[in-house]
Design a protein around this ligand. Structure first.
Ligand SMILES: [Zn+2]
Length: 157
């Protein structure tokens, strides 16, 4: 699943609060906070995925099973693709891997694809480094730097 475009869209800070993309964001947001979807979000998500399924066809002339969306404007197709991807995430991804960045003032959502589910930031280069520089001055509180030190020692063996 190629999800970069989806996450780029839902993590856009300029997202319109009531837009279709915002609905998709709300769905994933509910997953990260382990909350139930509210009825309005559920209903709109159902409409989005319903519409997407209506326009989804098996691609002819390919040996592999592939789907395409037909009879939609470019913008509607984009939303439909995203809606199907979110649906796919809900069904196929381990939902404890759907996370919200722990960075201060960062609301970005992402899928943690690391082996031990240890990813905590949207981007280490941004939120992760901010966090680490704070940890540097407050070594008692966080376990992360110790874990990393051990990993480094282990690598030397
Ligand atoms: Zn972040």
């Amino acid at each position: 699943m190629e999800l970069d475009a989806l996450f780029e869209a839902i993590n856009d800070e300029a997202l319109e609060p009531n837009s279709d993309i915002a609905v998709l964001r709300d769905v994933l947001q509910s997953v990260t906070s382990r909350k139930n979807f509210d009825t309005k979000t559920m209903k709109r998500f159902g409409e989005l995925t319903g519409k997407a399924h209506q326009h989804r066809r098996l691609k002819p002339s390919t040996s592999e099973i592939e789907f395409e969306l037909v009879g939609l404007s470019a913008s509607a197709r984009r939303i439909s693709e995203f809606a199907l991807q979110v649906e796919d995430i809900l069904v196929t991804v381990d939902l404890t891997r759907v996370k919200k960045c722990e960075g201060e003032d960062c609301e970005a959502l992402f899928i943690d694809e690391s082996k031990n589910k240890s990813r905590r930031w949207c981007a280490m280069a941004h939120c992760g480094m901010l966090r680490k520089s704070k940890v540097f001055y407050d070594r008692h509180r966080r376990v992360t730097p110790i874990v990393e030190a051990e990993t480094k020692l282990g690598a030397k063996k």
